[in-house]
Design a protein around this ligand. Structure first.
Ligand SMILES: Nc1ncnc2c1ncn2[C@@H]1O[C@H](COP(=O)(O)OP(=O)(O)OP(=O)(O)O)[C@@H](O)[C@H]1O
Ligand SMILES: [Mg+2]
Length: 194
C-alpha cells in the first residue's frame, strides 16, 4: 500500500460499498497524486458521493482499503482531520502570520467593544472568554489581555460538570472544552435571539 512518501494524496484499493442489495461502489481502485485536481463525473446514483464519503471517513466501506496523506481511513480519520506537522514548514515561521491574524481579531473585537460601550450602561469589560479555535492561537490570549486590560480565560463549559475520569479522559475533555463551548452557545439560543 503506498504511503505519504510516494507522493500520493489518496490511494484506494478494492473499495466497495453495499447498501442492502445495491452495490453503490464496486471494487474501486483509485490513486490521486498530491497537488492533482481530481473530479468525479458520472450519472446520478453511480456512487460518486458514496466514494467521497468513504474517503473522508464518514461512511464505512463494505470492503477495501483507503489511505489519505498516509493516514489509514477510517481508522485514522480523526488524526487526518486534526492534521500533523507539514513537511518543510517550521512552526516558528507561522508566528508572524498568527501575530498578524491576532492583530486583526483584536481590531474586530475593539469595534464590538466600542459598540457595547456606546449602547450599554457598562463601560468596562473585566473578563474576556475565548472559545473555539481562537482559544488555541498562540499569543492571542496575551495580546488581548494587553490590548483591553482585561483578564482573558479559555471558556470550558465542562468546568463544573462532574464526570468519571475512567469514562472520559480529562485531557481530552479540557482540549475539546473550548470547541464544545460553541456548540453549547448555539444550543442555548432560542428562535428570535439576536
Ligand atoms: N444511505 C444510503 N442508503 C441506501 N442506499 C444508498 C445510500 N446512499 C447511497 N445509496 C445508493 O447508492 C447508489 C450510489 O449513490 P450515490 O449517492 O453515491 O451516487 P452519486 O453518484 O453521488 O449520485 P448523484 O449524482 O445523484 O449525486 C445509489 O443507488 C443510491 O441510491
Ligand atoms: Mg452525489
Amino acid at each position: 500500500m503506498p504511503s505519504a512518501e510516494t507522493g500520493n494524496a489518496i490511494v484506494a484499493r478494492g473499495l466497495t460499498r453495499r447498501f442492502g442489495n445495491v452495490v453503490a461502489v464496486d471494487s474501486l481502485d483509485l490513486t490521486v497524486e498530491r497537488a492533482q485536481v481530481y473530479g468525479f463525473l458520472g450519472p446520478n446514483g453511480s456512487g460518486k458521493s458514496t466514494t467521497i464519503r468513504m474517503l473522508c471517513g464518514l461512511l464505512l466501506p463494505s470492503a477495501g482499503q483507503i489511505e489519505v496523506l498516509g493516514y489509514k481511513i477510517p481508522q485514522q480519520a480523526e488524526a487526518l482531520k486534526r492534521g500533523g506537522r507539514v513537511e518543510g514548514v517550521a512552526v516558528e515561521n507561522l508566528q508572524p502570520i498568527l501575530q498578524a491574524v491576532s492583530e486583526n481579531i483584536a481590531l474586530e473585537i475593539q469595534k464590538t467593544f466600542d459598540f457595547f460601550k456606546a449602547t450599554s450602561s457598562e463601560d468596562r469589560i473585566d473578563t474576556i472568554l475565548l472559545s473555539g479555535g481562537s482559544s488555541k492561537v498562540r499569543g492571542l490570549r496575551e495580546l488581548l489581555a494587553d490590548r483591553f486590560e482585561a483578564s482573558v480565560d479559555v471558556m470550558n463549559p465542562f468546568n463544573n460538570v462532574t464526570y468519571n475520569p475512567r469514562d472520559f479522559d480529562p485531557d481530552f475533555i479540557n482540549e475539546i472544552g473550548p470547541q464544545a463551548a460553541i456548540a453549547v452557545g448555539l444550543a442555548i439560543r432560542k428562535v428570535g435571539d439576536r
